[in-house]
Design a protein. Structure first.
Length: 143
């Protein structure tokens, strides 16, 4: 009986490790590290032109954790989910806003968000408001 329980536990552990490895591989595919004149950064952070502190607010994570990820540490599943969502938002924004303007746009107060900066809207967990603006900009419907 004890051997059977040990085998089940070992099997669960192996499956969990395989899942973690799959998440790690997908993290490398989606959020590769790039070399910049300022050092290493996630490609998405570099694309937005945001400093580490500002980008960490978007994910959300500590700047220390972001630095660790940029140094090669695998992000947790939660952080990876936030990074994927942020990438989806940025990709959608790039359809309606010039790519080099997205980073600065994130840090500017916006009337569409009652004077909040888009980064503050994301921090509050109200990313649906950003998606709504993207929808209106895509469709050409005046708000």
């Amino acid at each position: 009986m004890a051997k059977k329980v040990a085998r089940k536990t070992r099997k669960k552990t192996t499956v969990k490790k395989q899942h973690q490895a799959a998440v790690a591989v997908s993290a490398l595919d989606i959020m590769p590290i790039v070399e910049t004149p300022a050092g290493k950064s996630l490609r998405l952070r570099d694309r937005l032109g945001l400093n580490r502190e500002t980008f960490a607010r978007l994910v959300p994570m500590s700047t220390r954790n972001l630095a660790s990820i940029e140094a090669g540490k695998q992000p947790s599943a939660t952080v990876m989910r936030h990074l994927k969502e942020l990438k989806r938002v940025v990709d959608a924004l790039s359809e309606v806003i010039q790519k080099d303007a997205i980073g600065p746009w994130m840090e500017q107060p916006n009337d569409a968000f009652d004077g909040l900066k888009p980064i503050e809207v994301i921090e509050r967990g109200e990313v649906d408001r950003i998606w709504q603006v993207i929808f209106y900009l895509r469709s050409g419907i005046a708000t």
